[in-house]
Design a protein. Structure first.
Length: 406
């Protein structure tokens, strides 16, 4: 039997039992949709996080008043609540003297009332040095207005969501006045919207000068306390050497040892390693879901091919009687299952891409590459062929006499 005849015969069989074939194809489609969507979203989330880690900067170091090696990653994300120790201005002064340090920025923060016209909310307020915006200027970019200057008081710069969403229909603009804990603050700038999966807090940020932050939260802070210290290293400096030098200084100042230290010195390498382990677990879980969905589709293809053998026993007997070989019979069933897998793959890929476009509107990041499409198509055809192998072999080995009687 010619290859072209095998294809035409397989297509005719699919069309003859079109209802069962399409039900089987739907099973493949579901598996392919799961593969495309889950893989693209997983890659998108990882790319989004990697991009934001790059924004952190390879020459940046963060000093926190908590040992995150004991508290885990959650301690880092909730440092203000998790902190059992404190950092002070004397720690900042000690770090300033370390060779290779370019700039230092201090941050204190807390939650308080913020009123704009007749709308009052409770929001986090961050008191930062001007150097903080200089350090993260590539990430926090001014859209309108400007950053506050040294020695300015009672001024604020808002994240884009804070300006446009916090107060409902009332949009905050440069020049407006916010009442923060009963004190008037003039808005001098609004940041561009970052709009990434991890930037919700940054897009909602309200920052004021560091000294204003100290005044706002004086009842929550110890004298000269600094909750977060941001250190920018010189471009050609060895970041690990500076990290070790900071740790050595603070161990001496806090009178603790490496085993019971009450602070953490964080570099981009540590964050990337921690986030990478979380992403690896997430990817493994998503791959497991994809395999389950694909297995269900494979069972559907196998069931269709088995039923095809049972229903077409006499037909197989006739084919053998007119000279068809076991190879020909096996080829027909394998081509048929491959076509089912191919159709399911093409439709599944198209629907999967459509779903990705839809969920993008809800802020879900995705990243789809050519290899994902190729892999999904290859995967669907392979699933179809593997699911049809056993039934194809069973059909090929039927005795022609018994088949004609069946």
């Amino acid at each position: 039997m010619k290859i072209s005849d095998t294809f035409m015969y397989a297509i005719r069989n699919i069309r003859t039992s079109h209802l069962r074939s399409w039900l089987t194809i739907i099973g493949v489609i579901i598996g392919v949709i799961a593969l495309v969507v889950i893989t693209a979203v997983s890659d998108g989330v990882q790319k989004d996080i990697r991009d934001q880690l790059d924004a952190f900067g390879s020459n940046m170091i963060i000093v926190l008043p908590v040992n995150i090696e004991e508290g885990g990653f959650g301690a880092y994300t909730g440092v203000a609540q998790a902190a059992t120790s404190k950092l002070f201005q004397r720690d900042v002064n000690a770090i300033e003297g370390i060779p290779g340090v370019k700039s230092i920025a201090r941050t204190n923060w807390g939650r308080t009332t913020v009123e704009f016209r007749d709308v009052e909310i409770v929001a986090p307020i961050y008191g930062v040095d001007v150097e903080y915006i200089e350090q993260y200027g590539h990430y926090l970019k001014i859209e309108t207005g400007r950053m506050f200057r040294d020695e300015e008081k009672h001024v604020a710069v808002l994240g884009n969501d804070a300006a446009n969403i916090y107060f409902g229909k009332r949009k905050v603009q440069v020049g407006n006045t916010l009442v923060v804990n009963g004190i008037d603050y003039r808005v001098v700038g609004i940041f561009e919207r970052i709009g990434t999966s991890l930037s919700q807090q940054d897009d909602s940020i309200i920052i004021v000068p560091f000294e204003d932050g100290n005044d706002l939260f004086a009842n929550q802070l110890a004298k000269d306390e600094v909750q977060i210290i941001s250190v920018e290293a010189e471009e050609d400096a060895d970041i690990q050497e500076i990290k070790y030098a900071i740790e050595k200084k603070l161990l001496a100042q806090h009178k603790v040892t490496e085993d019971n230290k009450d602070f953490s010195v964080i570099t981009s390498d540590f964050i990337e390693e921690t986030v990478g382990s979380i992403l690896a677990l997430l990817s493994g879980f998503l791959i497991l879901i994809t395999l389950i969905a694909s297995f269900v589709g494979a069972i559907g293809v196998a069931n269709t091919m088995f039923m095809g053998v049972l229903e077409r026993t006499k037909e197989i007997g006739v084919l053998k009687a007119v000279g068809a070989t076991e190879r020909d019979i096996m080829g027909v069933f394998l081509v048929e299952s491959a076509i089912i897998g191919l159709l399911g793959g093409v439709i599944g890929i198209m629907l999967g891409i459509g779903i990705l476009y839809i969920i993008e509107n809800f802020g879900v990041p995705y990243f789809i590459t050519d290899w994902v499409i190729i892999f999904a198509l290859t995967f669907s055809v392979t699933v179809g062929i593997l699911a049809g192998v056993i039934s194809a072999r069973q059909a090929a080995r039927l005795d022609p006499v018994d088949a004609l009687r069946g």
